[in-house]
Design a protein around this ligand. Structure first.
Ligand code: ADP
Length: 452
């Protein structure tokens, strides 16, 4: 889940929690207020009842008058008067014991039985003792509470909907700088390591992140340059003396007065220096191809022609190779076979793949198929050779890595890393499927580039 969605969700959960708490708070206090208010009204009636029923006289008649005139009759309002017997105790008369007990012990009590409210108090009229009780129902209060519940529920749902949209907008707004940063970072690859992120002027976390990222890019670019320069300088420096050694050996070999042993030693030196020069050439290309595509000459290339050229030059080095080209599914529009790139590098990459296929299948049939699929040019090279062991598969693009089953085959492990660099430089991809002892299929996908 994206952090943006997580924040929206968190916002919603928090709002739900706060709203629930607030609603519970409002409902609780409204209930309390409602009950308290009703009990107070009952208590006023208890006092009046005591006054009018237990103390008859002029004053009580006046009270009765006021009560009739101004005091509204409550729903199911009923008065009770319990008289203590000779021993001073009261009959319960169907009233809850705890209610009567509390009246006796504290002098008065409030009690609620479902929707029936009871209020009572002790009145002493020496030598007698009475308990005056008034009971009534509170339908208006209950209706008011139900109404409040409905309002709160509607308000709760409405607030959640608002909280959801506000949360969404809030998280979207919060992550706008991060999205911008991600878009910019996506543009930075090893081909354009010189690109930098915009550094906002503020001192917030995003500015700090951009600054840190730019510093890291500075260090990365320096490291890339150093590595690149080191490999190409070292290859250059080593190649010159080796070429001199090689030429000297060639000259020495033309001499006629050499013994067989001397000739054999010189031949070995010559072939080993040849191999070294080849490795250095590959290393130089690897260094050049990997980092800065701008150093290469860029042009529009026809891939079918390029494949022919690659096979032609390969045949010169590996004349026993057995290659079948399948161009049967080419599109009618030849422009779909065009890509933009450096012809020499791309030819080297393709011939590396085909050359490996021939080498590791001991010149059995190698199929090269060219098609156009999903708006990309696809080159598939299939062989029926030794294949690549599963555990080696993920490493074969690392420089100097060779699979464990290649001991009997000459090689240096630079061809595929070089090929990968070249294909990446051309914005393509390379995919490899292989089974040990069955064969290997390597697919290169390159973008189609129109010439106009
Ligand atoms: P090498 O000079 O060893 O051929 P590469 O870089 O060209 O070096 O290839 C790296 C490794 O990938 C090889 O050593 C080999 O183990 C494996 N490999 C590449 N292509 C094939 C293939 N067609 N069949 C089997 N193994 C292959």
């Amino acid at each position: 889940m994206k952090i943006q969605s997580k924040i929206t969700l968190l916002f919603l959960i928090l709002s739900t929690g706060i709203l629930l708490l607030l609603n519970a708070f409002i409902l609780y206090f409204d209930y309390q207020f409602n009950y308290d208010d009703f009990f107070k009204r009952l208590e006023a009636r208890v006092n009046l009842t005591a006054e009018t029923r237990l103390f008859p006289g002029e004053r009580s008649r006046a009270y009765e008058e006021v009560r009739k005139k101004y005091l509204e009759k409550l729903d199911h309002e009923t008065e009770y008067i319990l008289k203590a017997d000779a021993s001073g105790s009261f009959k319960r008369d169907g009233f809850p014991s705890e209610f009567i007990d509390e009246i006796i012990s504290t002098g008065k009590s409030r009690y609620k039985q479902k929707n029936k409210f009871l209020s009572g108090k002790v009145v002493a009229l020496l030598p007698d003792k009475y308990i005056v009780i008034v009971s009534a129902r509170n339908p208006y209060g209950m209706r008011e509470l139900k109404e409040l519940q409905k309002i709160l529920l509607v308000g709760f749902i409405g607030s959640l909907v608002i909280a959801f949209f506000v949360g969404k907008a809030f998280s979207f707004y919060t992550f706008t700088p991060i999205r911008k940063l991600t878009d910019r970072v996506k543009m930075i690859t090893s081909d354009n390591l010189h690109l930098r992120l915009d550094e906002p002027t503020g001192k917030d976390e995003i500015s700090e992140l951009s600054l840190t990222f730019n510093n890291m890019l500075n260090r990365l670019e320096t490291a890339f340059d150093t590595q690149n320069n080191f490999v190409s300088n070292a290859s250059h420096e080593l190649r010159t003396p080796l070429t001199v050694v090689n030429s000297e050996v060639e000259i020495a070999l033309t001499k006629t007065d050499l013994t067989a042993e001397q000739r054999s030693v010189l031949n070995t030196i010559s072939s080993e220096t040849d191999k070294l020069i080849q490795i250095l050439n590959n290393l130089l290309l690897l260094a050049q191809s990997g980092f800065d595509g701008k150093k290469q000459r860029w042009q529009i290339i026809r891939i079918d022609e390029l494949i022919w050229m690659a096979i032609e030059s390969l045949k010169k080095i590996q004349p026993d190779s057995n290659i079948e080209v399948d161009f049967s599914q080419l599109p009618e529009n030849e422009e779909l076979l065009q890509t933009s790139g450096n012809s020499n590098l791309l030819r080297l990459a393709i011939s590396n793949i085909i050359s490996n296929a021939c080498k590791y299948s001991q010149n059995q049939l190698v199929k090269v198929k060219l098609t156009v699929q999903n708006k990309q040019i696809s080159i598939t090279v299939t062989d029926v050779g030794i294949g690549i062991p599963h555990e080696d598969l993920e490493h074969i693009f690392e420089p100097f890595y060779r699979a464990s089953n290649t001991l009997a085959y000459a090689g240096h492990g630079v061809g595929l890393p070089l090929t990968l660099n070249i294909i990446r430089l051309h914005k393509g991809t390379i995919d490899i499927r292989s089974k040990e002892d069955s064969g290997t299929e390597i697919q290169v996908l390159l973008p189609i580039v129109n010439s106009n």
